[in-house]
Design a protein around this ligand. Structure first.
Ligand code: GTP
Ligand code: PEP
Length: 201
C-alpha cells in the first residue's frame, strides 16, 4: 500500500499550551521541535518503501524550513483548526490521486517504522485504521483510503468520535493499539513517560 503521510504541526510558539505550567515557552518550542524532527525522520526514512511522500501541514515558516531541509513538501495550512486543516490536506492529496493518507501528529515521538508498517498492512484489509492514545481516548494516528468522506474529529474523545463517524458512513474501522505510537506528549504525565524513556527536555 503506497501511502502519503501528513504531519500536522501548529505554529511552534502556540504548540503544547497544556504544558505551559511546566515548561517555559522556549522549553515548549524545543520539545515540540525535537518531537517533530523525530516523527519526520522516522517517516522520511520510509519513503520509497512504505510511503510515497511525507507532507508537513503547517503555517509556521520555521517548521516549513525544517521540512524542506528534510525534503518533505509543505501543505500550507490555511484553515481555522486541525480538523479543517486535515480536510484541506486530504483534498490536496486527492487532487494528486494519492491512494491513501496516513495522519501522524508531530507529538508522537516514539513512532516506529513497525507502527507504520502495521498500520498499512491493516489498511489493506479495512477502510480506516485508528491508533488511539494510551488512554484509549485520543486519536494518535489515522490511516484512510482515498478518496474518503470520513470527517476529521480530532479533539476530545476523538477515538470514539472517529469510530462513530466511520460507522455512520458504513466504513470498517480497525483499531491498532501501540505502546510506541500510543504515547502523545501533551501533559505532565505523558511528558514524564517520554522523559522516562530517555528523551524530552
Ligand atoms: N497544521 C495544524 N496542526 C495543528 C493544528 N492544531 C493542532 N495541530 C497539531 O496536531 C497535533 C495534535 O494536536 P494537539 O495534541 O492538540 O497539540 P497542541 O495543539 O500543540 O497541544 P495543546 O496546545 O496543548 O492543545 C499536534 O502536532 C499539533 O501541533 C492546526 O490548527 N493546524
Ligand atoms: C487532537 C488530539 O490530540 P490531544 O487529545 O492530545 O489534544 C486528539 O487525540 O484528537
Amino acid at each position: 500500500m503506497i501511502c502519503h503521510a501528513v504531519i500536522p504541526l501548529k505554529p511552534l510558539a502556540r504548540a503544547k499550551s497544556r504544558l505551559s505550567d511546566l515548561l517555559t515557552p522556549e522549553e515548549r518550542q524545543d520539545l515540540v521541535r525535537s518531537m517533530f524532527l523525530r516523527v519526520l525522520g522516522t517517516l522520511v526514512a520510509l519513503r520509497s518503501s512504505l510511503l510515497a511522500e511525507v507532507w508537513v501541514l503547517t503555517r509556521d515558516p520555521e517548521v516549513q524550513d525544517l521540512a524542506t531541509l528534510h525534503g518533505a513538501p509543505i501543505i500550507h495550512d490555511q484553515a481555522e483548526d486541525l480538523n479543517a486543516a486535515l480536510a484541506q490536506a486530504r483534498a490536496t492529496l486527492e487532487d494528486r490521486g494519492a491512494p491513501a493518507m496516513l495522519v501522524l501528529p508531530a507529538d508522537v515521538p516514539l513512532l516506529s517504522a513497525a507502527d507504520v508498517a502495521t498500520m498499512l498492512e491493516l489498511l489493506a484489509q479495512t477502510d480506516v485504521v485508528l491508533v488511539p492514545d494510551r488512554h484509549g481516548q485520543g486519536t494518535n494516528a489515522l490511516a484512510l483510503h482515498l478518496p474518503c468522506r470520513l470527517p476529521f474529529r480530532f479533539g476530545s474523545d476523538s477515538a470514539l468520535q472517529h469510530q462513530a463517524a466511520a460507522a455512520a458512513l458504513g466504513l470498517r474501522c480497525t483499531i491498532l493499539t501501540s505502546p510506541t505510537l500510543g504515547l502523545d506528549v501533551d501533559d505532565a504525565a505523558s511528558l514524564a513517560a517520554y522523559r522516562g524513556v530517555g528523551f524530552g527536555v
